[in-house]
Each structure stands twice: as C-alpha cells, then as structure tokens.
Design a binder for this molecule. Structure first.
Ligand code: BTN
Length: 298
C-alpha cells in the first residue's frame, strides 16, 4: 500500500485524503496510517498542503521497458526481474535461484529489509536509492574470493563516471573520497550446485545526485559486465593495481576486527593476489582473507 500511495502522489501531484482513500479502497484512518508509516521510513516524504497531500521530493520509479531498451542499446543480454517491493533483493534471488537464469537482474523500488555484511541492515529510500542483485553463474574453478573486490572496482568506476570522487575500503565498500560517508555497499552470496557457482551480487547505491535510476541500474550492470569480462581475459593483476590505486586506507594505520574484537593493528600495506588484506603489524606482515574480518581506521 505504501508503494501504491506514493505512485498515486507521483502521478497526481496533490490529492486529498478522500481521493487517496478512495483510490486505495481504504478508510481515512487507514490511509493516514500509511502516510505515517511512509514518513517514519523517511521523515517528511509526504506533506500536507492545505487539504491536500503531496510529495516533498520527486520519486524515480524503475520501469521494465525503459531498462530493457537501455540494456539493448548497450548490447547487454540480461533478464530483468523487477519487484515493486521486497525484503531484500539478495534474499529474493537466493530463494528463487533455480528459476533465475545466469545474468538476471533483480531490482525493486522498495527494499524494506536490506541486508549487509555481518548481518547488518542496509537502508535505502523508496524509489530513490538503488538496490539490485545480479545473478552470475561461474564455473567451479572460478576464484570466488576475488569477486567482492572485482565488484568494488566496477562500482568505483561507475561512480567516478558519475563525477563522484570515491574510494574503496577493503574488501568492497565504496566511500566518498577522504570522508566517512559510505555511498555503496556490496554483498556477494554464493550457492554451489551441480558444479556451478551461482553468485548473487547485491549492490546498494545511495542516490547522491538524484540520478535517473533506470539509467543508473543499466550503467551499473554495464560496468560489472565489462569488469567480469576483463577479469576473464586478463586476470586480476591489472585490476588489483586499480583496486590499490583507489584504496581509501592504503598506507594508513588500521585495526582488524573479528566478531567485534580487535585481533590486529598495523599499516594496511597491500592486498594479495587472492584479494587478501595485507597488514604490516609490529610483529611482521599478516594476511587476512576471512570474510569474517572487518577493517577500521585506527
Ligand atoms: C554492506 O555494506 O555490508 C553490504 C550492503 C549490501 C546492500 C545490497 S542492496 C541490494 C542487495 N540486497 C540486500 O539485501 N543487500 C544488497
């Protein structure tokens, strides 16, 4: 109902509570409760203007035809699976992995229980931010350990093309350059079945400049597609260099955490050929490859 109400306000600019209730086939109180729920998600989204309700900012809906046209224009052969709302595009993709082909994009206008690494929540605004999961099937010998780092390079490139100055934090977070503002998060989840790695690459991007979301989604897929092809053709060496050149914390003092506890401190000196984090500690060089590790500036 939240999506339906927002779509009505998107189409009609301003509507009275009576008009909204009639269109939603609800009573006034139920309609007001939905408006309250929307405003709880993002304060001040729906505002009253005299006796009418209106949106405080324009919404930017995903559109299947538009996405398909844009994909075709870039010669990208992907299936598009759009949802108006879902708990998490990653959860949806994992749940339906048997029905979703290689190179399927799952995206939605409202992800209400987005998931991040370490079970964290990922919050995004309805019809404003981008939340998508892209499914790729890889052969059994594909180095999945590198996939999060490859995705980080792809998103980093994309945002640079969108004129954002951004950097990568190990292994795959994207931050605004030299700041504490995280603008994109990546959650890669894999299922191995019948000798195939089904990878679900979940990406959330904060829509910093009100970018057109259909275009943003297709540009994201183009960047990923290009990068995966580059990796298949040329390997990780050059991409590793690009990752390092864009690293937020390289040569900085960092602390390494596991399950919330600090397990090492030192200088983030490098990443290995398998994407592992390399830290120069007081007692020597240490490598960390576990996905249960997180890194903070010390
Ligand atoms: C992180 O920063 O820890 C990763 C965040 C990943 C968020 C994206 S949004 C699309 C996809 N669906 C999810 O539930 N999570 C990922």
């Amino acid at each position: 109902m939240e999506i339906k109400l927002l779509q009505l306000l998107s189409q009609h600019n301003a509507l009275s509570i009576g008009q909204l209730s009639q269109a939603l086939e609800l009573n006034t109180l139920q309609t007001l409760a939905i408006i309250a729920r929307i405003n709880k998600l993002k304060a001040g989204s729906v505002i009253s203007h005299g006796s009418n309700y209106t949106l405080s900012y324009p919404l930017n809906w995903l559109n299947q035809n538009k996405i398909e046209e844009l994909l075709q224009a870039q010669k990208l052969d992907y299936q598009v699976h759009l949802l108006s709302q879902t708990d998490s595009t990653n959860s949806y993709a994992l749940k339906h992995i048997n029905q979703l082909a290689n190179k399927t994009i799952v995206s939605c206008d409202w992800q209400y229980a987005g998931r991040g690494r370490f079970g964290r929540h990922w919050l995004s605004s309805i019809a404003h931010d981008l939340t998508a999961s892209i499914i790729y099937d890889f052969p059994a010998d594909f180095n999945l350990q590198l996939l999060p780092l490859l995705c980080a390079v792809a998103v980093n490139r994309l945002l640079k093309n969108y004129r954002i100055s951004n950097q990568i934090k190990w292994p795959n977070d994207i931050y605004q350059a030299n700041s504490k503002l995280k603008i994109s998060g990546i959650l890669v989840e894999n299922i191995f079945r019948d000798q195939i790695n089904h990878s679900v690459i979940g990406i959330g991007i904060d829509n910093l400049a009100n970018w057109e979301r259909n275009q943003l989604l297709v540009d994201l897929v183009a960047s990923l597609d290009h990068l995966i092809n580059e990796f298949k053709l040329f390997g990780f060496a050059l991409l590793r260099r690009e990752w390092l050149d864009n690293c937020l914390h390289l040569k900085h003092n960092v602390k390494i955490l596991q399950h919330g506890a600090i397990i090492a401190r030192g200088i983030h000196s490098d990443i290995g050929e398998h994407g592992e984090l390399i830290v120069q500690t007081a007692t020597g060089i240490q490598n960390f490859s576990s996905s249960a590790i997180s890194l903070r500036l010390d």
